[in-house]
Design a protein around this ligand. Structure first.
Ligand code: ATR
Length: 278
């Protein structure tokens, strides 16, 4: 039996076992996918002994994505671009790493809002953490002409601009609404709105009607940002799609089947999210 897992600290909240468990059953695969609580001081050792512990690979979540990147013997282009890894597997006796957050975000954006890039307008990113990095990489690869990064701590936005080059520009947090009015896409990568806490305070009345509004927060599924955007008739992309799609490449690596993100799987996750928020 093939075994994979997700590691994090804490890990109880992870919904990855629900996703991979659904696919294992759906495709009749003799496999297992478990949660493993691994404290920061034990990450490198855990990853170095993945195979000895009977795992074919793992997902990595907060706060271990940078440590996983460093621990890997072979880093693919997606991991190198973001300097962090969320998907690991053993191949030829070596520990390989990828970052599938970029793939997850871009797949769902393209599915939900095809033509988002038709007008060659800048895109706006709120936040400058690891998730922002993965998303900026994807948008640049998709030929976004300019990426505007707005972050409370401006220095972190500037560091991203430096890392990615001249198409990425840093802006003050307070300008996030004003400087996004002509954006093709606006993405919230901060934790604001999670569990209904906080407000991004963006008024979409003056926004271009073609703007696509994305949130990577998925608890609740309809965040305040998404509700406000829907209220203005804008197209929206929720955070659950990214979570579901980022899981696809890992499952294929470990279990040999490229799984499908079905309506049934999404409904399963929605029910789980609603059970925790009601
Ligand atoms: P991740 O790596 O998962 O993206 P992170 O590195 O902790 O997470 O980043 C969280 C982001 O949310 C950061 O951009 C953070 O802003 P700072 O860099 O200034 O810390 C942003 N964030 C969190 N709480 C915020 C708040 N109350 N107001 C504005 N930004 C906030």
């Amino acid at each position: 039996m093939k075994r994979a897992c997700v590691i994090g600290w804490p890990i109880e909240h992870s919904r990855s076992p629900l996703i991979h468990g659904y696919w294992l059953k759906e495709y009749g695969i003799d496999g297992a996918y478990t949660k493993e609580a691994v404290p920061p001081e034990a990450v490198t050792q855990f990853l170095r002994s993945l195979a000895q512990n009977g795992f074919v690979g793992c997902n990595v979540t907060v706060p271990h994505k940078e440590a996983a990147f460093v621990a890997a013997d072979v880093k693919d282009a997606s991991a190198l671009a973001v300097s962090a890894a969320n998907t690991l597997w053993i191949e030829g006796g070596k520990l390989h790493a990828a970052n599938t957050d970029t793939y997850g975000f871009m797949s769902y954006l393209n599915q939900r809002a095809p033509g988002w890039d038709a007008n060659d307008l800048p895109v706006s990113i709120l936040g400058a953490g690891g998730a922002a990095r993965a998303i900026i990489h994807g948008l640049l690869e998709a030929d976004a002409p300019e990426v505007r990064v707005f972050n409370r701590t401006r220095g972190r936005a500037e560091a991203l601009a430096e890392h990615f080059g001249p198409r990425v520009k840093a802006f003050d947090w307070r300008d996030r609404g004003r400087r996004s009015r002509k954006a093709a896409v606006l993405v919230n990568t901060t934790t604001i709105g999670m569990n209904g806490v906080g407000s991004l305070d963006i008024d979409f009345h003056t926004f271009d009607p073609t703007c696509v509004v994305c949130d990577i927060v998925y608890v609740p599924l309809q965040t305040e940002l998404i509700v406000r955007a829907l209220g203005r008739g804008l197209r929206t992309v929720d955070g659950l799609g990214m979570l579901l799609h980022q899981a696809v490449p890992g499952f294929e690596k470990w279990f040999g089947v490229r799984p499908e993100v079905t309506r049934e799987l999404r409904d399963l996750l929605v029910a789980d999210i609603e059970a925790t928020t009601c």
